[in-house]
Write a protein that binds this ligand. Structure first.
Ligand code: ADP
Length: 629
């Protein structure tokens, strides 16, 4: 018989399992029971929508058998089972996202942590077994197959006549336990009480009965110290799903363990919310915020959605309609009696009940986040670090339709003590004479702080929000206002920080130097609209300001995106000069228009460099400097 090789990644994981020195090897049982339960779920769901299955909820079971002489544990389920191809595909390769995540995260290195904190699924059997046999017969087929492996060397799959006395379809997994060693005692897994304890601990909520023959000592009749062994088939789990339980019956650990197992995360969640909702729609929900963004979160591969149950039956693994995009990071499940089981995916989208649930969930998430922002700022900042960008995208989406719900959740870096602030905090402490909310955009805090345009605003005692990622500026453009205050870039041409008198003085000075500015503007034709004096500069000689909605930062971002026609946008720029700076005095003293033009180019390029923008002709710039020096 042919021995097949494991796929490379599977082999790596398997090897890790076999040589594991992990102290909680007991989790293998949880993993196998959870697989059995999933397999039953699949068949049970089918039975609800397809009468020909002919099975009721009471017909399903998971059965555990311990055999001390053969040192085996057998786990049988009468679920959907696997065909030969499925045995190959499912057990010879790892496809589940959790394991893939392990791949990219294994810089963590700590095998212990990886195994312990998120389930590694079926392969965990190899932590305790030297040989694993998976007998399976897919529902509706005649032939059973057995998959067998003794470790990394490979596996076999073949037909088998020996399936199970307990059921005609499903899966029977036989584990041959490893031998006990100095440090390791595997025999404990052959003791009833140990298995009973483990089922209670890890698998109590499984919705199908987990049965086992449990031995009891019974006093032999007519004696006082002799016993007979009696065996009774017992159900070891309470079968109440976690989310149906009362909040005060559950511990933080139980919530976290459930999350990590169900959603394959090796880290506990940042927060959870358990909802029992009654009213226009009744549902139970368990919602989680992961503590960090999944590795593929900001890619197209990431799929949002909550598990959807009706009456405890899983009907959809990822129901996308339950979550708006801006909360796509939320994991969890919803269980509602109000949904029809037979509903198809297409119809579900239009289901009124589902829409109501989605609305209610959205509100819950918003409330939870607001509460965290208010009561646990540190945690919220961590949350925002992981998922804040998504919320900003949310503000930009659907033509800014969600800005009212989302603007309260935003945080931005600010010149005020250089920390993250909310917009409400900003507005709250605005001085009376300040009209607008100021911001400055750039690549990094350091670069923004060095922007000449920030000087005058800060000198006025006004706070500036620092926008370090492109979406920041687009988000405020979409909001337009917050609490009736406009957002204004410190690079806006109409910044308007002056008193009427100052404005007048500046206007006069501009008028006086009209010819100079016209000459300069001509030298910069196609680059700037205008050259003018400005009062926003303190120590720098020159800067660029933008007229209209498009700022230089936005121009940079938009032009970096591919467009079908290759068209580029261009901000309307003003080259602003500092009238108090010696450079300006020097300019006014020039009478040769050729020299003025050279100065104009030099100053323009200098301003670009300060904005972290590329200059068009570095060679020309360099020779201009040399010449003028
Ligand atoms: P996961 O359960 O996270 O997908 P596993 O490694 O635990 O990963 O299992 C791999 C796959 O093998 C499962 O997705 C399932 O398709 C199949 N499988 C495992 N156990 C059973 C079972 N008892 N009955 C039917 N299919 C099973």
């Amino acid at each position: 018989m042919e021995t097949k090789a494991f796929q490379a990644e599977s082999k790596k994981l398997l090897d890790m399992m076999i040589h594991s020195i992990y102290t909680h090897k007991e989790i293998f049982l949880r993993e196998l029971i959870s697989n059995a339960s999933d397999a039953i779920d699949k068949l049970y769901f089918k039975s609800l929508t397809d009468d020909s299955v002919g099975l009721n909820k009471e017909d399903f079971f998971i059965r555990l058998d311990l055999n001390k002489t053969q040192r085996t544990i057998t786990i049988t389920d009468n679920g959907i089972g696997m065909t030969e191809e499925e045995l190959e595909k499912n057990l010879g390769t790892i496809a589940n996202s959790g394991s893939l995540q392990f791949k990219t995260d294994n810089k963590l290195g700590e095998e212990q942590q990886i195994i312990g904190q998120f389930g590694v699924g079926f392969y965990s059997a190899f932590m305790v077994a030297k040989k694993v046999s998976v007998f399976s017969r897919a529902f509706g087929t005649e032939q059973a197959h057995v998959w067998q492996s003794e470790g990394v060397d490979g596996y076999t799959v073949q037909e088998t006549g020996d399936f199970s006395d307990l059921t005609k379809h499903g899966t029977k997994i036989v584990l041959e336990l490893m031998d006990d060693a100095d440090e390791e005692n595997y025999s404990e897994f052959l003791e009833d009480y140990r298995i009973q304890y483990l089922v209670k601990k890890y698998s109590d909520y499984i919705r199908f009965p987990i049965q086992m023959e449990v031995s009891h000592r019974k006093l032999k009749e007519g004696t006082t110290d002799e016993y007979d062994m009696e065996y009774t088939l017992e159900t070891l789990n309470s079968q109440v799903p976690l989310w149906k339980k009362n909040q005060n019956e559950l511990t933080e650990d139980e919530y976290n363990a459930f999350y990590q197992e169900k959603f394959n995360d090796y880290m506990p969640p940042m927060a959870h919310k358990h909802v029992h909702n009654e009213g226009t729609v009744s549902y139970d929900a368990l919602l989680y915020i992961p503590s960090k963004a999944p590795f593929n979160y900001y890619t197209r591969e990431y799929e949002k959605g909550l598990q959807l149950y009706t009456n405890g039956v899983l009907i959809m693994e990822k129901c996308a309609d339950l979550l708006p995009d801006y909360y796509s990071f939320v994991k969890g499940l919803v269980d509602s009696e109000d949904l029809s089981l037979n509903i198809s995916r297409e119809l579900l989208q239009h289901d009124r009940q589902l829409k109501l649930i989605a609305k209610s969930i959205e509100k819950t998430i918003h409330n939870e986040l607001s509460r965290m922002l208010k009561n646990d700022r540190e945690k919220y900042e961590k949350f925002f670090d992981a998922f804040g960008t998504q919320i900003k995208y949310g503000i930009c989406s659907d033509y800014g339709m969600h800005k009212d719900e989302l603007s309260d959740l935003l945080l931005f870096w600010s010149s005020h003590e250089e920390k993250l602030v909310t917009l409400a905090e900003y507005v709250e402490r605005m001085p009376e004479d300040q009209k607008d909310i100021y911001y400055a955009a750039g690549n990094s805090l350091a670069q923004i702080k060095a922007l000449p345009q920030t000087e005058a605003v800060l000198a006025k005692g006004y706070e500036i929000l620092y926008f370090t990622i492109p979406v920041d500026e687009f988000a405020v453009k979409n909001m337009m206002t917050f609490k009736d205050k406009n957002f204004k870039s410190v690079t806006a041409a109409d910044l308007d920080l002056n008193t009427e008198e100052e404005k007048k003085a500046l206007e006069e000075k501009n008028e006086e130097n009209k010819n100079l500015f016209e000459t300069m503007q001509k030298a910069l034709e196609g680059k700037v609209q205008k050259v003018a004096l400005s009062s926003r500069l303190k120590s720098y000689p020159v800067c660029l300001a933008s007229e209209g909605d498009l700022t230089l930062e936005m121009e940079k971002t938009l032009n970096a995106m591919p467009t079908p026609d290759g068209n580029k946008v261009q901000a309307k720029l003003v080259l602003e000069l500092n009238p108090e700076h010696p450079v300006f005095q020097k300019l006014t003293a020039l009478d040769n228009s050729e020299t003025i033009e050279k100065y104009a180019k030099l100053l323009y390029n200098q301003a670009l460099l300060m904005e972290n923008m590329p200059i068009e002709n570095p060679a020309e710039f360099s020779s201009l400097i040399c010449e003028l020096m």
